[in-house]
Design a protein around this ligand. Structure first.
Ligand SMILES: Cc1ncc(COP(=O)(O)O)c(C=O)c1O
Length: 398
């Protein structure tokens, strides 16, 4: 099936081969239409005005909250907080939960393959509160090197990725979540990449917090989701102050609103949130079974093609086990930026750099990697053209 026809960018740019989906995905027409429709028919501020237009906009905004709650398997839609992106969700938790509940010399456990968004907020917490930040090692298949002794009575918070944006690996989180809870630690899952490729059920996972961004999921930029367990969100202080997050304001104090409004200060990205529903509905219509089977086949095809190039080294898992469609590699004697530049000249978009994962790069002694990240709308022809272009880049430099 030709899914590219759902995405207008491929009609506007017929030569485009887009293999940078882990950075952000393309947007289907249904999503573009939803945004236009919102501004043409509904545009109004939410939650505050009594008029009918505000009420309709509020209903549409809150419908997305319900859709997101269903999407990740919580029955409580007030456990869904809208943010600007996953990064803001992690910052919110580090600032609000971290500042209120963690003390000097408490420990925050991360891993060496976290995105900078899931490292820097914790290092900032270390600067503010003096907590210790420790990192789980990563094995060559992109799995956490973990045994339960790594979570001690000092460990108060664990924050880990559900899928690596560098290696494509999907680590087994369940034993870590169980071990964290056994010691009374809370756990946040950075599902920024995972949510694009796999169904998530926060209740089955028993995650305390979970974040992701709409823009990687065929939705608009400027919308993120923070899921948090009701009892935790309730006891956390507000992150940002302003309109909507308060019940009452006096000269010398304020009373915060209930969740989730307590964490949604100011006018949110209303059109973005409303539009995100169209993206989730689009994913739902295709279904994760189909998305996964297409992406697994494309991943296997890419791994086989890349493995056949003797001068190319795959970084991370070499098989399709416990992984999705993000594939990093290095080429003998050629900087990843030159690879990406060479492919760009042929209308092929891949990513090169440290992928906001400098700690893994430093640990593994890599200056950078080139990265192909596939979506279900990619085709084997896209991959063949990319592999052909890689061969040409190699020839050019040798
Ligand atoms: C694993 C992971 N976490 C967090 C982020 C940050 O996402 P955003 O920039 O949308 O906040 C990314 C973005 O690439 C990511 O891949």
């Amino acid at each position: 099936m030709d899914f590219k026809k759902d995405f207008p960018i491929f009609q506007h740019r017929p030569q485009l081969i887009y293999l940078d989906n882990a950075a952000t995905s393309q947007k289907p027409l249904v999503v573009l239409d939803a945004e236009k429709d919102y501004y043409e028919r509904l545009n109004s501020n939410i939650h505050r005005s009594a008029h009918f237009l505000a009420e309709e906009a509020t209903i549409a905004y809150e419908e997305t909250r319900q859709t997101v709650a269903d999407f990740i398997g919580t029955e409580k839609k007030h456990e869904i907080v809208f943010t600007r992106n996953a990064t803001e969700g992690i910052n919110l938790v580090a600032r609000s939960y971290g500042d209120a509940c963690l003390q000097e010399s408490d420990e925050v456990l991360l891993s060496k393959m976290e995105h900078h968004s899931n490292i820097v907020p914790w290092l900032q917490l270390k600067e503010r509160k003096g907590v210790n930040v420790r990192y789980l090692d990563i094995d060559e298949n992109g799995q956490f090197v973990f045994d339960s002794s790594q979570i001690t009575s000092k460990t108060k918070f664990v924050s880990l990725t559900g899928m690596s944006n560098i290696l494509g690996s999907i680590p087994d989180l369940k034993p870590i979540i169980a071990a964290a809870h056994a010691k009374g630690a809370k756990i946040l899952i950075d599902a920024c990449q995972l949510a694009v490729h796999s169904p998530i059920n926060v209740q089955e996972l028993d995650a305390d917090f979970l974040v992701f961004s709409a823009h990687k999921m065929y939705g608009p930029t400027g919308v993120g989701v923070l899921y948090g367990k009701e009892e935790l969100l309730k006891k956390m202080p507000p992150f940002l102050g302003g309109g909507e997050m308060i019940q009452e304001v006096f000269e010398d104090r304020f009373t915060p609103n209930d969740i989730p409004q307590k964490f949604e200060a100011g006018t949110p990205n209303i059109s973005g949130v409303v539009t995100f529903k169209a993206a989730i509905d689009y994913i739902g219509k295709i279904g994760f079974d189909k998305i996964r089977s297409i992406e697994q086949e494309l991943t296997e095809y890419t791994l086989n093609k890349l493995s056949a190039l003797p001068y190319l080294k795959l970084i991370g898992p070499k098989t399709t086990d416990n992984r999705s469609s993000v594939i990093s590699f290095a080429m003998e004697g050629i900087h990843p930026h030159d690879i990406a530049e060479g492919l760009s000249q042929k209308n092929i978009c891949i990513r090169a750099g440290h992928h906001c994962g400098q700690i893994l790069m430093d640990t593994w002694g890599l200056p950078a990697t080139a990265r192909i990240s596939l979506a279900f709308y990619n085709t084997k022809d896209d991959i063949e053209q990319a592999v052909h272009a890689l061969e040409e880049v190699y020839k050019y430099f040798h």
